[in-house]
Ligand binder design. Structure first.
Ligand SMILES: Nc1nc2c(c(=O)[nH]1)N[C@H]1C(S)=C(S)[C@@H](COP(=O)(O)O)O[C@H]1N2
Ligand SMILES: [Mo]
Length: 160
C-alpha cells in the first residue's frame, strides 16, 4: 500500500470511528423511562436550556456552607417528559437508586441542579445532575428521609 492509500485508509477509518460515536447519546444528561412519552425521553443540555431555570441557596448535608444551586425544576422535567405516575426511581452513576414520591416535586421547588456556586457539576463532583431540595425553606426537609433523595450523579429517572 503506498502512502497516498495509507493516508486515505487512515482518514476513512477515522471517519468511521467518529461517525460510530453516538453523537446524541454523548450529550444526554438525563434519561427518563417508564410512564413517559413513548416510554423513553432523553434530555440533552439543549433540552435543559430550553426550560425555565431556577436558582436558590441552601444548606446541604454534605457541604459546610450554603451553595447556590442552579438548574431546572424536577416537576418541569417530568412535565416535559409527559410523566404520569406517583413515584420516580432515581438512579445515579454510582448505582445508587432511591424511590422518590412525585408529590415532593409539587410540594417543593426541587431542582435538578447543573451548577453549584456557578460551577458546572461534573460526574467527578456530584454531576452531571444533582437533585437538590430547598432545605432551608421548609423545616420538614432537614431530615434523613429527604437527604436520601438528594441524588447526586443522577443519570436516570424511571417513572412508575
Ligand atoms: N449518587 C448518590 N447519591 C446519593 C447517595 C449515594 O450514595 N450516591 N447517598 C444518598 C444519601 S443516603 C444521603 S444521606 C445523601 C448524602 O450522602 P453522602 O453523605 O454519602 O454524600 O446523599 C444521597 N445521594
Ligand atoms: Mo443517607
Amino acid at each position: 500500500m503506498n502512502l497516498r492509500h495509507r493516508i486515505a485508509r487512515t482518514a476513512l477509518i477515522a471517519a468511521l470511528l467518529l461517525s460510530s460515536v453516538p453523537a446524541a447519546a454523548e450529550n444526554v444528561l438525563l434519561t427518563l423511562t417508564g410512564a413517559v412519552t413513548d416510554g423513553r425521553v432523553e434530555l440533552t443540555r439543549a433540552d435543559f436550556d430550553a426550560m425555565d431555570w431556577h436558582e436558590f441557596a441552601t444548606s446541604t448535608s454534605v457541604t459546610d456552607h450554603q451553595p447556590e444551586f442552579r438548574g431546572v425544576l424536577m416537576r418541569d422535567i417530568l412535565a416535559h417528559a409527559g410523566a404520569e405516575g406517583s413515584q420516580v426511581r432515581a438512579a445515579a452513576l454510582n448505582d445508587y437508586v432511591v424511590d422518590i414520591p412525585i408529590e415532593d416535586f409539587y410540594q417543593f421547588d426541587v431542582l435538578a441542579a447543573l451548577y453549584m456556586d456557578g460551577v458546572p457539576l461534573t460526574p467527578r463532583d456530584k454531576g452531571p445532575v444533582w437533585i437538590v431540595y430547598p432545605r432551608d425553606d421548609h423545616g420538614v426537609l432537614a431530615d434523613i428521609r429527604y437527604d436520601m433523595r438528594w441524588v447526586w450523579q443522577l443519570v436516570a429517572l424511571h417513572v412508575q
